[in-house]
Design a protein around this ligand. Sequence first.
Ligand code: ADP
Ligand code: MG
Length: 686
Amino acid sequence: MRPDILNPLFAEVRSLKGVGPGLAKPLERLGLERVKDVAFHFPVNWTYRKSVSRLDVEDIGNNIIIPVTIMEHRSSGSARAPLRIYAADTEGNYITLTFFGRNGGWAKKQLPTGEARVISGKLDRYGDELQMVHPDHIVEVGAAGSPGLAEPIYPLSEGITNGRMGQLTAAALAHLPALPEWIEPTLLAARGWTDWDAALQTVHRKDDQAARDRLAYDELFSNQLAMRLVRAAMDKRKAVPIAGTGALVDRLKLPFELTGAQERVITEIEGDIAQSRPMLRLLQGDVGAGKTMVALHALLRAVEAGMQGAMLAPTEILARQHFAGLQRLLSGLPVNIAILTGREKGKLREATLMGLADGSIHILVGTHAIFQETVTYKSLALAVIDEQHRFGVSQRLMLSRKGRGVPHLLVMTATPIPRSLALAAYGEMDSSILDELPPGRTPVETRVISQERLPEIIDGVARHLASGKQAFWVCPLVEESENSDLAAAEQRAEQLRLRFGEQVAVVHGRMRGLEKDAVMERFINGETRLLVATTVIEVGVDVPNASLMIIEAADRFGLAQLHQLRGRVGRGSEKSVCLLVRSSQIGETARARLALMRETNDGFRIAEEDLKLRGAGEMLGTRQSGDSPFRIATPEQVRELIGVAADDARLLIDRDGGLDGPRGQAARIGLYLFERDAGVATLRGG
Ligand code: ADP
Ligand code: MG
């Protein structure tokens, strides 16, 4: 139960004064649902003003605040001409206030001749005169809402102005409760941080790094604390130790030798699962490093020990591919493997559910359906989570209810996450790294090419297809909606069909599963040769004969995403090429990011650099860039503070008595504030 003290913060944003239906859409687009969301909606920039009493050419180019008297409205007679209004300071120096697209009536009301007003805006020159175009504030002298010396600039959406957003945050800040302190006192003092509510007020009033850091730290601390609490609770609950006999693994016939890295990681995992402390291991390995093989070995150990294993894939396509691949490898072994996704229905589904419950199915592969409430396992001992960027605390809790004990958990990812973020996302996990690719792979050659050279690119595709090989064509990410993604892909496919006819296939996220599978299957079989796709092919898909990848508007993709996409080629012995097609005009950061892709194939290096480059600026204002689990903390703050938060969380649990200790009550509130209360729930034996 959420502590009452947080109620005002969790009130709906509608409860704030002056939020009518008109603001509903823009607030929704900005993700501002509750009062706390508004309070945590931080400025991304500031306008600074100089308060002056007289007009001075020295101030040209500055934002100024000045009291003036309105002298005269000039009308040029033409309705389309700008309005010009003369005003003067106390010494009789003149300024022209210029307005475009405003009518004279409006101006007479706002700026009545003979009256005094405080105006603010940028001072510039118009001919010989001083001028201010569209003052950003016009207020009566002494009125509320006078322009401040520093004005916060908020991330906005259509339908809400910056001024309005300022009023909303002010309204939200009026509801701040004083929360008890949960940060370790010496840390608080060493950093010079203020109380939570004071920091929040400050952040909206001025550009203050310490205040922003404190609030980011709260978020990071809640994250680290929640993960630790869950881990502690799970450790208490115990897993069933898996003692494999080798009966299955030894009979596995592989068409290749395991790499040294695969051997090493398999040994690490076997060591873990033989314990009654539940394994919680992250396996990081670049695209194509052979993680599936590692997973298979672990799953077979569970089966050897008479228990069950499950493997969760992020998409339907990938689940089916894993299923088919594992089935092939397991043919001839006494292992029963099944698939379960949203698409298995009716009798088939019933049969699978029965088999899981009575233990006759040994390994289950599928999408998130495999951990749903209705799925009961006889003895689930190991869960493998493949390519799931986030397998959060609440998912882990759900999984922990599936086994006799807590199932051992192996999370696999090729989506490179920077080390700093890894601590945030997987902080309490043990980590294994597959740092060796199977032999005989030729690195993908990456080229950056301008959109203007599309005809040449298409000629290149023609040569490639003529030589009997296949290619992927990834269409631009369109931000507005999935529908426009789709339109872009279909339009491009249409165009490519004119040249390549029936060799072209299209796959996109809006297709129904069956339809999508059919398209993929024809491509995998080589019936179609050029697959035009939205990013649905991003993870995992394996078509060794496809050795050319074209990514349109590559500058709009995240680097990690590009790396994943590129990983779809270079899977056969052929030399592969990845063409990053860039828009004709791109900024410097975008350019640097693409250059980095050209330069390296190392996913972890790409992740680290991406984080740095992004810190550099172009991403400013789009905090929710998808790959950060944080809303307040910026990548820089994560890098700097996550380690501190991890240590502090450990202190609170090991030394300060956990949530029942003196700091614990405050920490409990903090966990609820950041909606990480699943951590609290575990303590009640949830
Ligand atoms: P990822 O780590 O990206 O999930 P996969 O498990 O899909 O990689 O493996 C990529 C490809 O490499 C597959 O075709 C797989 O059969 C092959 N592979 C895996 N291990 C080895 C190995 N030791 N030697 C050669 N090929 C391997
Ligand atoms: Mg994989």
